[in-house]
Write a protein that binds this ligand. Structure first.
Ligand code: 26Q
Length: 804
C-alpha cells in the first residue's frame, strides 16, 4: 500500500472527526493519539487479513509462542516504523501542527511481563513477522500489567498498572472465537467400544475470550497475531434466577472471582510459592490456546493425527508447560486418538525454553492442589510419568536415585520442568554457558537420557526497536556510512567496524551520544525535576532488582569512590553519573532494601557538594519499563552486567547497550561471554570470578565472606556504614543487607569480586580519557552487535526446532 503525506493528513483528520467529532484545535493529545493509532491499525488491516488468508490456504506450518508474559511496551512508533511510514507521518503531523513524539508519549506501555523473559517474547514476535515466519503469540490479557513503581522517601511503592483505562486501540475482541475452560469436578472412566473413555463431570466452566493484536513485520506484508485471552463468565451462568432470588451481589461476586483469572500479572520474576490463582492462570492460557488451535485446524480440514506437520508450540519457560498434558487431553478425550499416537504428536509439536539455572526456582506444584483444580490433567501427567519412569528403570535398572531425581512427580509435588522436558522434542537454554550448565549440571540426567534433545539458542533483541526506533541519531549515521541494508539484515552492521579508526565517524558517534544525553537530561528535568550533568560518564545498571544481579556491588563501588573523594577532594576522576533502575518483586524484602540503600547513598552523595565538586552523582530512575529503557539505553556510556558468574541465564539488556555503543563492564556470565567473543577482549571490560571459580567455591563451601570484610579496610568501612548512622538513616534500616553479607556468608560473592570490580571501574575511567580509543571501542561494539539481533535467534529456532 502506498501512503503519502497527503493521505495521512486527510485520513487522520477524518479519523478525528469520526471518532470524536473534533477538529485538530479542539482535540486533546489523547484523542489525537487514539485517532492516529486507529488509523495505523487500519493501514495494516488489509495485510492482516491477507496474511491470515494465506496461512489458511497454504496450510504452511505455523508457530505458536506460548508465554505467560509479553512485555510489548508501546506500539505506535514501532508500527509506524515497521509499516515504513514513520518519517512521512511525522512530517504530515507536523504540517498539522502536531508533534508525533508527543503523541507517542501518550501511549501506555503494554507491560504484560516482568523482565527479560517477557521482553524476549515481544522481540521474537517482531522478528517472526519481519522474517515472514507464520508465528503468533499466545498469552493472557492481564487487566493490570506489572505494577508501576514510585519511589517515596527512597522506598519502592507499588501502584496498580491500569494500562487499559483509556482503552486499547490495537486490540480486537473476537467473542465469536471464545472457548470454554473447565476447572475442578471429578473424572470417571467407562468402557465404550472396547476402549476406556474418561468422563469429566461437575466442573466449573468459564469463558476465554481472545483479543487479537496485529504484529506488523518490518518492510513486508506479513502481519501476524498476538492473541491474548480474557477470562469471563458464561452468560448462562450469570443468570437471572440468581438475581431473582435477590442474590444480586452474590452473582457479581461470582463474576469477579472468574474474572480475577486474567486480572493481574504476578509481579515475581523468579517464583511465587504455590498460588492457586497462578495455577488457574497457567491452565487457562494453555487450554484456551490449544483448544482454539485445534478448532482452527479442524475447521480447515487438517487431519488432527497429522497436526505436528502443521504447528509448532514453543513454551516459554515452564509456566505454560501444562500444554503437554492439555494437548494429550484434547487428542485422547476429544479426538479419540490412542495414547501412543497422541504422545508422539504432542512431543513433536512441543519445545521448551529454559530461562533459569537456579534449581530452587524450578517450578513445582503440590499434588493435592493440582488434582483438585485439574483432575483430568493430573491423571494424564501421572500416566506420562508412569511410562517415563518405566523407561528410566529399563535403562538404569535398580538406580533409585536416578529414578527419584528424574521423576515428574516426587515427594508430593509435580516438577513442571520435568514434564516439559519429557513432553517436548527440544529443550533449549538461552546462552552458551547457560545451555552448558543445563546439560552438564542442572539437567545432566535428562541430557544423558535424551541425547540430542538439548540445544542452545542464544537470546537476541530486535534491532528495529532497540536501535532504529530508540536511537534515530545513531541510525542516521549508520545509514549514511554503510547504507540501510543492515535494517533488513543486521549482520551487515559488521561493515561499521571498518570505520573504527575513522576520526570523522568517531567524532560523529561521540556527538550522537552527547545529544542523546542532553535530551535525556532535559527529559529528567521535566519529569523528575532533577539536574544531571550531560558531560559526565553515564554509567547505567537497569534491570530487575535481584541479589544475583548485584546492584549492591555497584553501590559499594560508588560508596568507595565517595569515601576516596572525601579523603582527597582533588582526586582526579572523570565526572560520573551512576544510574539505576529496576523493580523489586513486592515480597522480596532484600531487593527492596537494596533500592532504599541505593537511594540513601544517592541522597548522601548528591547533597555533599563540597566533597564532590560535581564529580559523582547517583540517580535511581523510578518505574523502569520498556519505554524508559528506550530513553536511557541510547545515552549510556557504560553498561553494567555484573551478575555472579553462572547466575544470569543470558541477559538481554547487555545486548541492547552494546548495540547503542556502550562499553560493557561485565562478569563472564550468560551472553556477556558471547559479547566478549564478538567484540574481542580489548573492547569490553571483564572482571571477577569465572564460572569455574564460582562453582568450585560453591562446591568446596570454603568461602568466608568475613575474611574479606576484615582484610579490606574499604569493605569494612562500606559495610559498617550499613549499620552505623553514617548514612543518616536508622541503624536497622539495612540490617538484612548486612546479615546477607556477613551472617549468611554473601551467597553471590559481592565481597569476593569487589576488589576486581573497583579495578575494572578504574580502567573505565582511564579509557574514557583517551577519546579516540573509547570511540573506537564504541564503534566495534555497534558493528558487532548484529549477531545479537533476535532475527538471527529466530532463524535458528525456525531451522533447528520448528522446522519452518
Ligand atoms: C514463576 C512462578 C510464579 C510467579 C512468577 C514466576 C516467574 C515469572 C517470571 C518466574 C520467572 C520469570 C521470569 C524470568 C526471567 O525473566 N528470566 C530471564 O530470562 C531472560 C530471557 O531468556 C534471560 O536473559 C535472563 O537471564 C533471565 O533471568
Amino acid at each position: 500500500m502506498y501512503i503519502d503525506k497527503k493521505n495521512i493528513k486527510m485520513d487522520f483528520i477524518n479519523e478525528l472527526t469520526t471518532m470524536y467529532s473534533e477538529d485538530i484545535d479542539e482535540a486533546s493529545n489523547l484523542h489525537k493519539y487514539f485517532a492516529l493509532a486507529k488509523l495505523v491499525k487500519k493501514y495494516s488491516s488489509q495485510n492482516w487479513m491477507r496474511t491470515n488468508r494465506k496461512y489458511k490456504n497454504t496450510k504452511k506450518k505455523q508457530v505458536y509462542y506460548f508465554s505467560m508474559e509479553f512485555l510489548i511496551g508501546r506500539l505506535l512508533g514501532n508500527n509506524l516504523l515497521n509499516l515504513g511510514i514513520k518519517d512521512t507521518c511525522k512530517e504530515a503531523l507536523s504540517e498539522l501542527g502536531i508533534s508525533l513524539n508527543e503523541l507517542e508519549e501518550i501511549e501506555n506501555d503494554a507491560g504484560l511481563g516482568n523482565g527479560g523473559l517477557g521482553r524476549l517474547a515481544a522481540c521474537f514476535l517482531d522478528s517472526m513477522a519481519s522474517l515472514n515466519i507464520p508465528g503468533h503469540g499466545c498469552g493472557i490479557r492481564y487487566y493490570y500489567g506489572l505494577f508501576q513503581q514510585k519511589i517515596i522517601n527512597g522506598y519502592q511503592v507499588e501502584i496498580p498498572d491500569h494500562w487499559l483505562r483509556d482503552g486499547n486501540m490495537w486490540e480486537t475482541r473476537k467473542e465469536d472465537k471464545a472457548v470454554r475452560i473447565k476447572f475442578g469436578g471429578n473424572v470417571h472412566s467407562i468402557m465404550e467400544n472396547n476402549s476406556l473413555k474418561f468422563i469429566h463431570e461437575n466442573y466449573e466452566e468459564i469463558l476465554a475470550v481472545p483479543y487479537d493484536t496485529p504484529v506488523i513485520g518490518y518492510n513486508t506484508d506479513t502481519v501476524n497475531t498476538l492473541r491474548l485471552w480474557n477470562a469471563e463468565t458464561l452468560d448462562d451462568d450469570f443468570d437471572f434466577a440468581t438475581f431473582n432470588k435477590g442474590q444480586y451481589s452474590k452473582a457479581l461476586e461470582y463474576k469477579n472471582s472468574i474474572e480475577s483469572i486474567s486480572q493481574v500479572l504476578y509481579p515475581d520474576d523468579s517464583k511465587e510459592e504455590g498460588k492457586l490463582l497462578r495455577l488457574k492462570q497457567q491452565y487457562f492460557l494453555v487450554s484456551a490456546g490449544l483448544q482454539s488451535i485445534v478448532r482452527y485446524y479442524k475447521k480447515i480440514n487438517v487431519p488432527i493425527n497429522e497436526l505436528n506437520k502443521y504447528i509448532a508450540v514453543q513454551i516459554n519457560d515452564t509456566h505454560p508447560s501444562m500444554a503437554v498434558a492439555e494437548l494429550m487431553r484434547i487428542l485422547i478425550d476429544e479426538e479419540n486418538m490412542t495414547w501412543d499416537e497422541s504422545f508422539k504428536i504432542t512431543t513433536n509439536i512441543m519445545s521448551y525454553t529454559n530461562h533459569t539455572i537456579l534449581s530452587e526456582a524450578l517450578e513445582k506444584w503440590p499434588i493435592n492442589m493440582f488434582k483438585k483444580l485439574l483432575p483430568r490433567i493430573y491423571m494424564i501427567i501421572e500416566e506420562i510419568n508412569r511410562r517415563f519412569c518405566e523407561e528410566i528403570q529399563n535403562k538404569y535398572p535398580n538406580d533409585t536415585k536416578k529414578l527419584n531425581d528424574m521423576s515428574i512427580i516426587f515427594n508430593g509435588e509435580i516438577k513442571m520442568a520435568h514434564l516439559a522436558i519429557v513432553g517436548s522434542h527440544s529443550v533449549n537454554g538461552v546462552a552458551k554457558l547457560h545451555t552448558e550448565l543445563l546439560k552438564n549440571k542442572e539437567l545432566k540426567n535428562f541430557n544423558e537420557f535424551y541425547s540430542g534433545k538439548f540445544n542452545n539458542k542464544t537470546n537476541g533483541i530486535t534491532h528495529r526497536r532497540w536501535l532504529v526506533k530508540a536511537n534515530p541519531r545513531l541510525t542516521e549515521i549508520l545509514c549514511k556510512t554503510i547504507g540501510n541494508q543492515w535494517i533488513k539484515n543486521p549482520l551487515e552492521l559488521e561493515k561499521f567496524t571498518n570505520y573504527a579508526k575513522d576520526l570523522n565517524i568517531q567524532n560523529k558517534i561521540r556527538e550522537v551520544k552527547e545529544k542523546n544525553k542532553i535530551d535525556f537530561c532535559n527529559y529528567a528535568k521535566k519529569i523528575y525535576d532533577i539536574d544531571i550533568n550531560p558531560y559526565s560518564i553515564f554509567d547505567v545498571q537497569v534491570k530487575r532488582l535481584h541479589a544475583y544481579k548485584r546492584q549492591l556491588l555497584n553501590a559499594f563501588n560508588i560508596l568507595n569512590l565517595y569515601y576516596k573523594l572525601k579523603e582527597n577532594p582533588s582526586l582526579d576522576i572523570i565526572p560520573r553519573t551512576f544510574f539505576f533502575g529496576g523493580k523489586a518483586a513486592p515480597g522480596y524484602y532484600l531487593a527492596k532494601q537494596i533500592i532504599k540503600f541505593i537511594n540513601t547513598v544517592a541522597v548522601k552523595i548528591n547533597n555533599d557538594k563540597d566533597a564532590i565538586h560535581g564529580k559523582l552523582n547517583v540517580i535511581f530512575l523510578p518505574n523502569y519499563s520498556v519505554s524508559l529503557a528506550e530513553k536511557i539505553i541510547p545515552c549510556a556510556d557504560v553498561s553494567e552486567q555484573i551478575s555472579t558468574a553462572t547466575k544470569e541465564a543470558s541477559g538481554t539488556g547487555n545486548m541492547k547497550f552494546m548495540m547503542n555503543g556502550s562499553i560493557t563492564i561485565a562478569t563472564l556470565d550468560g551472553a556477556n561471554i558471547e559479547i566478549k567473543e564478538a567484540v574481542g577482549d580489548e573492547n569490553i571490560i571483564i572482571f571477577g570470578m569465572n564460572k569455574e571459580e564460582v562453582l568450585s567455591l560453591e562446591e568446596n563451601k570454603n568461602y568466608k565472606a568475613n575474611n574479606y570484610y576484615y582484610s579490606d579496610s574499604r569493605l569494612m568501612k562500606i559495610i559498617n556504614s550499613l549499620v552505623d548512622n553514617s548514612l543518616n538513616v536508622s541503624s536497622s534500616e539495612f540490617k538484612d543487607i548486612y546479615s546477607s553479607l556477613l551472617e549468611k556468608n554473601d551467597e553471590y560473592f559481592v565481597l569476593k569480586d569487589f576488589d576486581s570490580y573497583t579495578k575494572a571501574q578504574d580502567k573505565i575511567d582511564n579509557l574514557y580519557r583517551n577519546k579516540n580509543k573509547w570511540q573506537k571501542m564504541c564503534i566495534m561494539n555497534i558493528g558487532k552487535s548484529g549477531i545479537f539481533s533476535s532475527d538471527n535467534t529466530i532463524k535458528k529456532y525456525a531451522k533447528e526446532i520448528w522446522h519452518v
